[in-house]
Design a protein around this ligand. Structure first.
Ligand code: UDP
Length: 341
């Protein structure tokens, strides 16, 4: 199939592009590289453009004529969304509208949308099922919830439009061969920050809040390996291609770890006893997010193959070490270019 992938040069998108390539799909990545990287696109072609640029978007659809779209491009940092809601709604919601308009105009009727567990807010149940009320507690989660509502309305209005929305829990880990992985300019996710602290790039790791209503007082999250998450996208594509109806699925393993448990696992896996400080809560963090995953297993036949926190951390650790040498090589290349070398 011809698959148009927004944000395909980013962390999650690039792993899905890899999985699509391995299955023989034809991929066009549409990414403005604001957080993505050219080297992360292991398959297909890359168009460097912004979803806000409706002409570039239209042109890319006109030329590629995709059968399906996967939409990863979004801003994803919860505290940043609390400080800057307008930018979040513009990038996450307004740009999704641009994409939908292009899809409808060009007759592309299948969409796989990257949603998030943040749509649930403080769920009060664990694991959380897809039928739980949507009550996000930060603009990031709200921007994704609004998109889900827009998708639902679009299905009602257009017979030939169907979508799968995947509500990601905490995505972590990297490609088994360490070719791609998380490479944000500023790391915000727990496992990545813990690994950077273990490498000495950060002086200490802060634990944001120890007074949550959880067994050890720190927040609980369901950490899912990015390759298991990528597999679910390929299954969702097959499902839509086979005529499956629009659906929303949680995507996580169904059990969680506290921040302290993750810290211990990172220490154990790396063998490095890095320093940790207990600080106050970070804005917008629900105490516990664990996926009920029966629905995706039943309807898409998804089977997690890497449900092992130590394995997740090990692949992320391999990648962190690779990224360091990659960054050094790239900045060396930049220096050469500037000096005319
Ligand atoms: N967290 C932490 N220290 C950090 C980064 C994150 O204690 O340096 C906590 C954060 O408060 C949350 C959990 O780790 O409870 C997971 O945060 P992350 O940013 O990885 O993902 P989120 O759940 O916000 O999507």
């Amino acid at each position: 199939m011809k698959v148009f992938v927004t944000g395909g040069a980013g962390y999650i998108g690039s792993h899905v592009v890899k999985a699509l390539g391995e299955k023989g799909h034809d991929v066009l990545v549409y990414d403005d590289l604001r957080t993505g990287n050219r080297w992360a696109v292991l398959h297909g072609r890359l168009v460097v453009a912004d979803l806000a640029d409706v002409q570039a978007l239209d042109e890319a659809f006109r030329q590629f004529r995709p059968d399906a779209v996967m939409h990863f491009a979004a801003s994803i940092v919860v505290p940043e969304s609390v400080r800057n809601p307008v930018e979040y709604y513009l990038n996450n919601t307004a740009c999704t509208l641009n994409l939908l308009r292009a899809m409808l105009a060009h007759g592309t009727g299948r969409l796989i949308f990257s949603s998030t567990a943040a749509v649930y807010g403080i769920a009060g149940t664990s694991p959380i099922r897809e039928t739980a009320p949507l009550a996000p507690i930060n603009p990031y989660g709200t921007s994704k919830m609004v998109n889900e509502i827009i998708l639902r309305d679009t299905v009602f209005a257009h017979d030939d439009f169907r979508y799968v929305s995947l509500r990601y829990f905490n995505v972590a880990g990297a490609d088994g061969q360490a070719r791609i992985g998380q490479a944000y300019k500023e790391a915000t996710h727990l496992i990545t920050r813990a690994l950077k602290t273990a490498r000495g790039e950060m002086e200490r790791l802060d634990i944001y809040g120890t007074d949550y209503p959880t067994p050890d007082g720190t927040c609980i999250r369901d950490y899912i390996h990015v390759e298991d998450l990528a597999d679910a996208h390929v299954l969702a594509l097959d499902y839509l291609a086979a005529g499956g109806a629009s659906e929303v699925f949680n995507l996580g393993y169904g059990h969680g770890f506290s921040v302290r448990e993750v810290v211990n696992a990172v220490r154990r896996t790396t063998g490095i006893d890095f320093s940790v400080a207990e600080t106050g809560r970070r804005e917008g963090d629900p105490p516990e997010l664990v996926a009920g995953n029966e629905k995706i297993k039943a309807l898409l036949g998804w089977r997690p193959l890497r449900d092992d926190l130590d394995h997740i951390i090990k692949t992320a650790w391999q990648w962190e070490r690779k990224l360091d040498s990659l960054t050094r090589t790239l900045s060396h290349g930049e220096r050469e270019k500037r000096s005319g070398g």
